[in-house]
Design a protein around this ligand. Sequence first.
Ligand code: FAD
Length: 412
Amino acid sequence: MKQTAVCIIGAGPSGAAAALQLAQWGIRCIVVDKATFPRDKVCGDGLSGKVITALTRIDPAIAERLQQYLHKVNSWGVTFVSPGRLSMDVPYKPNYNTTDDPPIGFVCKRIHFDQFLVDEIKRRPEIEFIEGVSLDQYQLQPDGYLLSEAGGSFQVKADMVIVANGAHSSFTRHVAGFTVEPAHHMAGVRAYYQGVTDLHKDNFIELHFLKSFLPGYLWVFPLPNGEANVGIGMLSSAVRKDKVNLKQLLTATLEQDPILKARFSNAKAITPIEGYGLPLGSKRRQLAGDRYLLTGDAAYLIDPFTGEGIGNGLYTGRIAAEHAAAALKAGKFGAAELAPYTEHVYKVLGAELSLSTKLQRMVRYKWLFNMLMKMGTRNKQLRELISCMFYEVDVRKKLASPMFYLKLLFNR
Ligand SMILES: Cc1cc2nc3c(=O)[nH]c(=O)nc-3n(C[C@H](O)[C@H](O)[C@H](O)COP(=O)(O)OP(=O)(O)OC[C@H]3O[C@@H](n4cnc5c(N)ncnc54)[C@H](O)[C@@H]3O)c2cc1C
């Protein structure tokens, strides 16, 4: 049986961030992942500005290495397509210059991005990384957590646990007691395609808010080598209510939608369509308990409007490391001592999550969305405002305020 102060379950973005931050402070830990890397993860592969911000906070050298990483494309903006099929190109930065400006967004297949993070983990002597082992049994004992592989062939005893094993975490369900609530959960499917035409020359990511998917969307994200990540995300309550088969819906939309069908007529799916859950942060939850901290998808923290979870995973992994370090120093690991972790996470992400929840609800109103887009195509200021929406909370705040729409209507 292995012994450690901190055991991290999962080596995705959340677990990697926690381990790298602890290592940066000289604190040893064990990271256990059930997969053997490189491994895939069903995702849109979009990396927002939060990724570079979080990695820079851990260690600027890691962020610098990601900037140089070859398996990604730099993305300079978003193309929004409204339910009324109006299209609007919105750069992340007005008047951007692809040669001089540092890129803000990236698209990188998870098989590569997560390998990048695992390579960073492997650089650190403070981190013991164990792959190919699934920790599925959790026993709270007076002096720590005993974590075991089913059958008990592998065991680790830890003073405390950082739970980073994703959307389907059994720890989150069985120990923390979370349940999947369809109104706070999205279902997503994606496939990789080759040969999609009319992709933006500066790799703008495309979000198509089609009538049948609201408040979700269809995305087309450009990748290196002429490939694209194409998928649909839709609120699980809507999927259940209308008995939607997302895989069929994706195929049918690409074959029948008047705009997309031309662009996909010579494209080839190079992977099967695969699905996975997105637990949304549209509800506040308790993220810590006796000897554990929940992070990333295992804490149900995906942005309810954008579907972004990698940035929030990196952020919460880092915050969890901070609270683990404090608990180790104090030698106290009880639920009461770890409770400030929940407060800290919501202090950092709470405003943004609640604004995104409001926006997600507003997007259901097709007329409002169509109106915004019509104005956006004519109004440069509004375009610039929307351009920052995915990155700046203050801008989202404006978009979530009813006054914003009233002013727009009367200033037309
Ligand atoms: C269809 C879809 C599209 C998405 N698109 C985007 C996007 O474009 N941009 C974005 O930012 N986010 C996106 N997301 C969300 C994003 O994928 C997640 O938020 C992100 O992966 C969360 O990281 P994580 O480290 O918390 O969990 P994960 O990435 O899921 O990592 C969890 C790790 O834990 C391991 N594990 C699981 N169980 C065990 C166990 N019992 N024992 C040991 N190890 C275990 C797994 O092998 C895995 O390596 C999307 C999600 C979906 C489903």
